[in-house]
Structure formats: C-alpha cells, structure tokens
Design a protein. Structure first.
Length: 223
C-alpha cells in the first residue's frame, strides 16, 4: 500500500512540472507581439529595440525593456535598407530566423500533445487502480460468446410467462419468414428488452425464441 501511495505521488510531481513547462512555453510565445512596420520604426528611433533576427520577409526582435507586457515583437520587412539602419542604431543582429510559422505552430502543438498524453497516462493508471477502464478498455473485455445452432428449447418448456410468449410469437414468425415482412417494408427490431430478477427465465425464454424460429442462439457471459 505504501508503494502505491508513493507511486501516485510521483504522478502528481511529474504532472506539476509538466504543467509548469507547458505554461512557460506558452508564456514565451505570447511574449512576442506582432506590430506594424511604422511602430517598429518608431521603436527603432526611440532606441527601444535591443536585438533582432532578420528573416526573408520578417523581423523578430526583443525590446530593451518590456513594452505593454511584451518582451519581443515581430513585424514584416518593408524597407530593404533596414540592415543598414539597424547597424547605424547599434542594434544587435543575432541571426536569421527560418520557418517562423513552424515554430509558432510547434509552440502550441507540442504543449497540447504533452498535456494530452500526460492526462491520458494519469487517467489510465487511475482507471486501472479503481478497477474500471471505461473507453480505454474497449476490446479488452473478458466476456465470452456462446453459440448454439439448435437450442432444443421451445415455448412449451417455458412456464409462467404466457403474456411474454404471446408477445414474442410475432418475432418468431418474423425470424421464420423475414421475406414476407420485407415485402411490407417491415424491419426486424434491433433488440427486445427482457426485464426481471435473476432466475426468472429470461435466458430460457430467449433460447425458446431461437428454438421456435430455428435460428442460431448467441449468448454472452460477462464473467
């Protein structure tokens, strides 16, 4: 029991640091503000720009001090002589960014994938420890399917449920001659609900329907 508690604590520790990491990635992306080229020129003239990375059609840079809560910016290049002006203003040119849209996309996709994967991992472990798997256990059921080509059971073997047998007579007739009902546009029901406590003959009645109609009987045991 102590090992299980310790194991669960590690889950929460990993989750905590993962959330911190994701928040840091998102915060770093949101700290970059898109600005107009005229704003960029004004910031350059005022000496507010510390460094830039010049791409083929964009300029990404950082401010000397955060402006409006943003420490960086990105804008579109309009003036082809911008490198000379940046050099004259003693602005540090740190590099040339490539595929900035990929970086922006990954800054959202990677945290989302990490968060979703972590959530699925924790949820799966929690479900396993609680004894249920929900949708995660689809296809892993221990239920067994039994098939009987001939049940050998008829309505005569079922006693005490005359009203139910009368209601099922039409179903038996449908199973025997489906083509007659098909000509009228009728379709077989998707299911019939038999309600009652255990031991009242629900399964026996279902086997009797199959026996009367001469069709294969399927049953599923969930244990």
């Amino acid at each position: 029991m102590e090992k299980r508690t310790e194991f669960n604590i590690w889950y929460w520790i990993v989750a905590f640091f993962a959330v911190i990491f994701i928040q840091d990635l998102i915060a770093s992306y949101r700290s970059i503000a898109p600005i107009s080229y005229s704003q960029f020129e004004q910031y350059l003239a005022d000496g507010d720009i510390a460094s830039v990375a010049v791409g083929s059609d964009t300029i990404t840079g950082t401010f000397e001090t955060p402006i409006d809560g943003r420490s960086g910016f990105v804008t579109t290049i309009v003036d082809p002589t911008i490198l000379e002006r940046l050099d004259d203003a003693d602005v540090e040119i740190t590099g040339v960014p490539q595929n900035t849209w990929i970086g922006a996309l990954l800054s959202w996709v990677v945290p989302a994938v990490v968060f979703f994967g972590l959530w699925m991992f924790v949820f799966r472990k929690f479900a396993e420890r609680q004894g249920f798997g929900g949708f995660l256990q689809v296809g892993k059921s221990k239920a067994k399917v039994y098939m009987e080509k001939e049940t050998g059971v008829s309505f005569a073997d079922v006693a005490g449920v005359e009203e139910a047998k009368a209601e099922l007579e039409e179903v038996v007739d449908f199973l025997k001659t489906p083509e007659d009902y098909g000509k009228l546009g009728a379709r077989i029901p998707k299911g019939i609900l038999l309600v009652g406590p255990p031991g009242t003959g629900k399964t026996l009645l279902a086997r009797a329907v199959a026996g009367e109609a001469g069709v294969t009987f399927f049953s599923i045991s969930g244990s």
